[in-house]
Design a binder for this molecule. Structure first.
Ligand SMILES: N[C@@H](CCC(=O)N[C@@H](CS)C(=O)NCC(=O)O)C(=O)O
Length: 222
């Protein structure tokens, strides 16, 4: 179990989030990567949803978000950057050959830049635009773009297990983005994509990361 209060690596996580966000907060990506390579980390809880961002939090994450990663004087934010940094430590997450490394990083960007904006906008519309008269219209405008991107991704993956010939940080991020789709039917429409997400979720490191995030909320104060 990589959680160790003495660990050199520290990550932030929220001390509370609403039910619908539990298991979906982005510190999970970092926990998952660290679990994959068995690297110990400690967790610093910061004020969750509905609390004001502390000055300390804003000083290390300008947008007041989690996760933040600290290690030996380095403070890093943005889950993609954090995963590249962790990947550099271990070939199991990021290939050592330059071409394989570059392609894995390319897939990490694809997850965050080509897929997540569409699925993330649908999530925002679903949970933060409830009751707005324009909610359905806005979703209807974004959904075709999400559908198109998912079809393109499904065609690209084909019958492969992973985006490249092995699991990398690109898969970790892509699977985390896909598993959080607010309308599960969009991914389920592509059996190969659904199977890809399940392959990721079945990894013991993912399960450990999920359990670790959920454990915080099980002991939550609210
Ligand atoms: N691009 C950032 C996004 C991080 C992010 O969206 N964090 C959410 C939790 S999943 C958050 O802290 N939201 C609160 C806020 O934006 O104020 C990353 O990948 O690290």
């Amino acid at each position: 179990m990589p959680i160790d209060p003495q660990a050199a690596i520290e990550i932030t996580a929220y001390d509370w989030v609403p039910e619908m966000a539990r298991g979906r907060v982005k510190d999970l990506r970092v926990r998952w990567a660290l679990e994959e390579i068995g690297l110990p980390y400690r967790v610093r809880l910061v004020g969750g949803a509905g609390t004001e961002k502390s000055a300390e939090h804003l000083a290390e994450q300008p947008f007041g978000q989690v996760p933040v990663y600290r290690e030996n004087g380095l403070t890093l934010f943005e889950s993609g950057a954090i995963l590249i940094h962790i990947g550099e430590k271990d070939e199991r997450l990021l290939p050592r050959d330059p071409a394989g490394r570059a392609r894995a990083i390319g897939w990490a960007f694809a997850a965050l830049n080509s897929i997540e904006p569409f699925l993330g906008t649908l999530t925002i519309l679903r949970f933060f635009a409830d009751g707005k008269p324009w909610q359905d219209e806005a979703k209807a405008a974004v959904r075709p773009l999400a559908v198109m991107r998912l079809a393109q991704l499904a065609r690209e993956i084909g019958d492969r297990d992973w985006l490249e010939d092995r699991f990398t940080i690109g898969d970790l991020l892509m699977i985390d983005v896909l598993r959080n789709v607010p309308e599960p039917g969009l991914v389920a429409a592509h059996p190969n994509l659904a199977a890809y997400v399940e392959r990721g979720r079945a990894r013991p490191a993912f399960q450990a990361a999920l359990a670790a995030q959920m454990a915080v909320f099980q002991q939550a104060r609210r």
